[in-house]
Design a protein around this ligand. Structure first.
Ligand code: ZN
Length: 178
């Protein structure tokens, strides 16, 4: 296996997210999240599809930094860029509209995009369970869990191993948060 493309994606994303922090009270470096999402896919979801793993590393670069799709296409090619495009919310829309659209988009997403969406929710739910954002009340956590389940329902069936990881994570989160 040629490790260079995956490592280049990690370096690219680390650079792009370098000034960002997660919402937990320790304000962890943002890059931990995309690395976690790709690791969930490879280690727990048994994914060995390089395009999918690279797209997972890059999945928040356009949504959360100034990275453009043409930049991704230049460095990583159209196939990876199109997967990232599928999992990128349109930040010009209202927050609630974006959340509603994630549910409908999930149903029609490609198999790769569906797996990133599930791994993304697994990562976020673990964060909410283990190191919640300081200002999140119980109700906000519960709403996030419910919405995540709706998104993931549209993504099931591509990777049953990953589906099972999500089910275990949501069961633990509900025990802690509800
Ligand atoms: Zn994400």
């Amino acid at each position: 296996m040629n490790y260079a493309p995956l490592l280049e994606a990690i370096s690219f994303a680390a650079d792009k997210h370098s000034n960002q922090r997660r919402k937990d009270h320790e304000a962890s470096p943002y890059i931990n999240h995309p690395i976690t999402v790709a690791t969930i896919l490879a280690s727990e979801g048994e994914v060995d599809d390089e395009t999918l793993l690279i797209a997972a590393i890059l999945h928040d670069t356009v949504e959360d930094t100034k990275t453009t799709f043409s930049e991704l296409e230049y460095f990583f090619g159209i196939e990876i860029t199109n997967v990232v495009r599928e999992v990128t919310d349109d930040k010009d829309l209202e927050k609630q509209t974006r959340k509603d659209l994630q549910i409908t988009h999930a149903l029609h997403a490609s198999p790769r995009a569906k797996q990133i969406k599930i791994a993304d929710k697994i990562s976020n739910i673990r964060d909410i369970t283990n190191k919640p954002p300081a200002d999140w009340e119980m109700e906000r956590k519960q709403k996030y869990l419910e919405w995540s389940c709706e998104v993931v329902d549209g993504c099931r069936g591509v990777n049953p191993v990953l589906d099972k990881v999500f089910d275990d994570v949501i069961a633990k989160a509900k025990a802690v948060c509800i």
